[in-house]
Ligand binder design. Structure first.
Ligand code: ADP
Ligand code: MG
Length: 352
């Protein structure tokens, strides 16, 4: 098929004086783009990279892809990951991955948590702040974890994200408001292991976007393929990172990633994590691929808490979690990329 790989390359991103140095940390490298193009070519496709910016309208009309492999993180707006899919929907071009509503929702952590809470799925109790001096809810107990609402790749996440008192809370709020123009999320700090679960596939309809009435029904997971969980080995990072998967670890130290995959977890806990991954995928309306990040509460028998769902998980062949999980499952990078594409092709009923 003729496939357009749509992405936002870090080196093509706009710049301006005094922009925050981490502003484009979640955009893709040429290394990743090249690897995906090669994988798609090996899968028998004619693949071309198109930058997901204002030039896209013209370049799509010129290249006329049958389908797009979309990994655009977007540049601007509070739903930046949904911007390119909105154009694709408008132009009626099929694409891999989740749609506008899901991408906008999942980018916003508090909105996602409200959906999870509505479905009684375990996510740390939280409060959002729009001003430094907003009153702290009396049921929020220290320590808290304080991070931006709509960033990824650890942006704004540092050892100072853990706050132990009002003074530290206000300092961290001020720091995040100065740097990121968006509400700040304060959550209960979950002290414990850090695990992420990748999933590929699509739910058997017609029960997406909600939980089935009988939550034990096997159909909650039908159509999804879970990759082995990956645990980030926090013990191998400098003490200054305070056991948090910080922006520094995810960017500067990305090439020396310390992980355990499959994570050494009891089979029963893996089952629970897969069920929660399926439930999160389901209630947020994901398609084709996603990755759910968890923390296991050490003080409560490793009870899993959902931190977020990533409907556009990183696809760097060397160090992205999903690719490492794929390898642990015996999937080559080439297979993983083509499998995501095939899930979309099947979903659109485009297989020949
Ligand atoms: N409530 C929390 N308790 C403990 N650690 C947290 C909490 N929220 C986030 N973290 C830490 O911060 C990291 C990044 O948070 P996450 O919500 O996954 O955002 P990102 O989009 O940057 O990946 C997590 O992987 C974890 O190490
Ligand atoms: Mg995360």
């Amino acid at each position: 098929m003729r496939v357009a790989l749509l992405a936002n390359l870090k080196k093509n991103a706009p710049t301006w004086p005094n922009m925050s140095p981490d502003r484009w940390d979640d955009l893709d490298s040429e290394e990743t783009i090249q690897a995906i193009l090669e994988a798609l070519a090996a899968g028998g496709h004619e693949a071309t990279f198109l930058e997901g910016d204002v030039s896209l309208y013209d370049s799509l009309r010129k290249f006329k892809p049958e389908i797009c492999f979309n990994i655009c993180e977007g540049h601007f707006g509070n739903a930046r990951e949904a911007v390119v899919p909105a154009l694709l929907d408008t132009m009626r071009v099929p694409y891999t991955g989740s749609d506008v509503l899901t991408l906008a929702l999942a980018l916003d952590k508090p909105m996602t948590k409200r959906i999870l809470a509505y479905h009684k799925l375990p996510t740390p109790p939280f409060q959002t702040f729009e001003r430094v001096n907003e009153h702290l809810d009396p049921d929020m107990r220290f320590p808290l974890f304080v991070k931006p609402s709509r960033e990824g790749t650890g942006m704004g996440v540092t050892a100072e994200s853990i706050v132990y008192d009002e003074g530290q809370l206000r300092t961290q709020l001020r720091r995040l408001f100065d740097r990121y123009d968006q509400p700040v999320l304060a959550e209960r700090f979950i002290d414990g292991r850090e695990v992420t679960v990748g999933v590929v596939g699509n739910l058997a309809s017609p029960v997406a976007w909600r939980m089935p009435e009988n939550e034990d029904a096997p159909r909650i997971q039908r159509g999804l393929h879970f990759l082995p969980p990956l645990e980030v080995d926090m013990s191998r990072y400098p003490k200054e990172e305070a056991g948090v998967y910080t922006s520094r670890i995810k960017t500067e130290m990305a090439h020396e990633f310390h992980y355990l995959c499959p994570a050494p977890l009891p089979a029963e806990l893996v089952e629970d994590l897969n069920w929660l991954t399926a439930a999160t995928f389901r209630v947020t309306g994901c398609r084709d691929v996603a990755r759910v990040d968890f923390r296991l509460d050490a003080e409560d028998g490793n009870k899993p808490y959902i931190l977020e769902i990533n409907p556009l998980p990183g696809l760097n062949p060397e160090y992205s979690d999903l690719c490492i999980e794929g390898k642990a499952a015996g999937w080559s990078y080439e297979y993983l990329v083509n499998r995501i594409l095939d899930e979309a092709i099947e979903r659109y009923d485009m297989s020949t």
